[in-house]
Design a protein around this ligand. Sequence first.
Ligand code: NAD
Length: 389
Amino acid sequence: MIIEPKIRGFICTTAHPTGCATNVQRQIDHVVIKGAIPSARKRVLVLGCSTGYGLASRIVTTFGSDADTIGVSFEREPGETKPASAGWYNNRAFENRARAAGRKAITIEGDAFSDAVKAETIAAIKDNLGQVDLVVYSLASPVRTDPKDGVTYRSAIKPYGSQVTSKTLNTGTGEVSEITVEPATEEEAQATVKVMGGEDWELWIAALADAGVLADDFLTLNYTYLGSELTWPIYHKGTLGKAKGDLDRAAAAIRAAHGEAAANVVALKAVVTQASSAIPVVPLYGTVLIKVEDEMGLSEGPIHQIDRLFREKLRGEIALDEQSRIRVDDWELSAPMQAELARRWAVLDTQNLSELADLTKYREEFLKLFGFNVGGVDYSKDVDPRVVE
Ligand code: NAD
């Protein structure tokens, strides 16, 4: 069949197997060309392994440091005439390439919040790796069912405390307008912490430790976004920021139980992923950031950020901020970049969007997440949606 993008709001409901496989290959190439990243952490578990920062983490550890990996993600399988989720294609493309390189690559597709998937993962670690030295937690989900009481919580990406009025972008029409978002109720804020806070991370580490599958000197990382003052009202000071703040609490609790070197939150830059495109205001900030980064020669996507994390930040003496976080958002938050972003943000409107921001590249990056608009791929070619090279 010929597979074309079908965009509904901020999601694309189709994905292209060849395009996704090409994306995976390009990320591998990025790491391989930069050379080996010496590391003793050769047995890695990546939670949320199929797209964005999690996929980049699996690629960097496998192809930079010769690690064997187990990945967990939530996917839609393909049918004879129905494309799979992009993550399903990415998982297959990654496994093919990792195994061809002599590495173990096991993927468990199911709900990482559930006890069943935790048990399945532990069994897979015992069977294939014995133990893990590194656990990367990179889940991004709008909903979580608490395995203890079966209650399903939904995150609400809203301001906290008072309403926020901000510029926003309709990425479909290119219209810049003002939106006012009402603050979350206390219940919505608590639910967002339940979904995107540190509780499930702690449950994973406790389950892995109880099963004896964590190496003595294991490290676990969890990814956060702090961002700039321009997005603080909706993000950092909103419900998501509250949930992300809970990661710092969870990291401290894991360190208290397993030692000072056991857990860190890593602050990463804003990138176009399925998760970030669903957040109000963030896509507009993203279009300006893409343009300013390009002009300053500091453009980075997930693979560049995660490569820099493992190649530079996790080697030797690890530099931490006052909350024990590792910072890879240093370029985005640098004073010259933030000053330029703020200057543009103040005057940004529909008319000057193409001059001050890069919506075209944002849209291209969004389509690439689903394997579309990838250079070198012949989209007119008939493909079997169940087959990935
Ligand atoms: P993403 O949407 O690309 O990836 C999310 C991953 O989680 C996917 O592999 C998906 O399959 C998996 N997942 C979701 N629900 C699941 C479930 N119930 N069970 C198993 N797997 C599940 O997201 P991303 O942007 O790469 O985000 C990853 C982390 O990085 C998040 O913590 C996010 O807050 C953080 N982060 C993102 C940005 C950004 O700009 N995108 C910036 C800084 C930090």
